[in-house]
Design a protein around this ligand. Structure first.
Ligand SMILES: CC(C)(COP(=O)(O)OP(=O)(O)OC[C@H]1O[C@@H](n2cnc3c(N)ncnc32)[C@H](O)[C@@H]1OP(=O)(O)O)[C@@H](O)C(=O)NCCC(=O)NCCS
Length: 211
């Protein structure tokens, strides 16, 4: 049974090769995900040609499908809106998994789907998968200070800012915040009932990632 996370008419599931090619091609067009001045928000877009970016993305998601490889793992899910792939929500377990169950998230949506609450639904859906099914202890998100939409999603879902530092990307220096949400805070959060997805087909993944 295929993994599926469904919430408010949006659903997340592992992308088919067709979904992946469609998403990668659309996302690689300049401005399709981020305006030109903001391309540095997402490292796999910044500094690459559209063709390189599309090829890299397809190859990475295909390699990530093998969840038996360690250390660490990444689950990439297509965000489906009206039966169309609108973006990708990823969830990763870090190197020490399953001894230390810390996950990270990354996501992007095509511009037409942004700022409509869909990114919040997608992040909440994978948090529920991580905390209630995969027994994660905490979820972290690294976000540039300028990326207000990503910070907006984290804040709405109850993450707290735990660290700030500077990073250098392509010769420019940016301030980055580290946001964290712990398992108990999520399970008892007042926002959880509002954003609780129906999760089906998770058993195989839970079994694989417990090893
Ligand atoms: C980050 C992203 C996935 C969020 O998804 P989204 O659907 O746009 O986000 P939502 O609509 O669910 O929520 C965004 C929140 O941030 C707020 N926000 C957006 N832009 C903002 C700005 N410039 N200043 C302040 N708040 C802002 C929104 O108002 C909203 O909060 P609200 O519901 O309380 O009003 C999406 O915007 C995206 O794909 N961005 C480009 C790629 C990227 O930066 N990815 C993250 C790095 S991995």
């Amino acid at each position: 049974m295929t993994l599926r996370l469904a919430l408010d008419g949006v659903y997340l599931q592992p992308p088919t090769d067709d979904d992946l090619v469609q998403l990668a091609r659309r996302a690689a067009d300049p401005g399709a995900v981020l305006p030109p001045g903001e391309a540095h928000f997402v490292t796999w877009i910044a500094g690459r040609t559209p063709q390189q970016s599309a090829q890299d993305r397809i190859a990475r998601v295909q390699a990530n499908r093998d969840h038996t490889r360690r250390p660490g793992w990444t689950l990439d899910l297509a965000v489906m809106v009206e039966e169309q792939p609108a973006g990708v929500q990823s969830l990763s377990g870090f190197d020490q998994w399953p001894h230390h169950r810390v996950v990270g998230t990354t996501s992007w949506l095509l511009a037409a789907f942004q700022d409509r609450g869909i990114g919040t639904l997608a992040r909440a859906a994978v948090l529920e998968l991580a905390f209630a099914h995969l027994r994660a202890e905490s979820a972290k998100s690294w976000v540039l200070d300028e990326n207000r939409a990503s910070i907006g999603v984290s804040t709405k879902l109850g993450y707290r800012l735990i660290d700030r530092h500077h990073i250098t990307e392509h010769g420019s220096r940016y301030a980055e915040g580290v946001y964290q949400l712990d398992r108990d805070a999520w399970l008892e959060s007042p926002v959880r009932p509002r954003y609780r997805p129906a999760i089906t087909g998770a058993e195989h993944l839970v079994h694989l990632l417990d090893r």
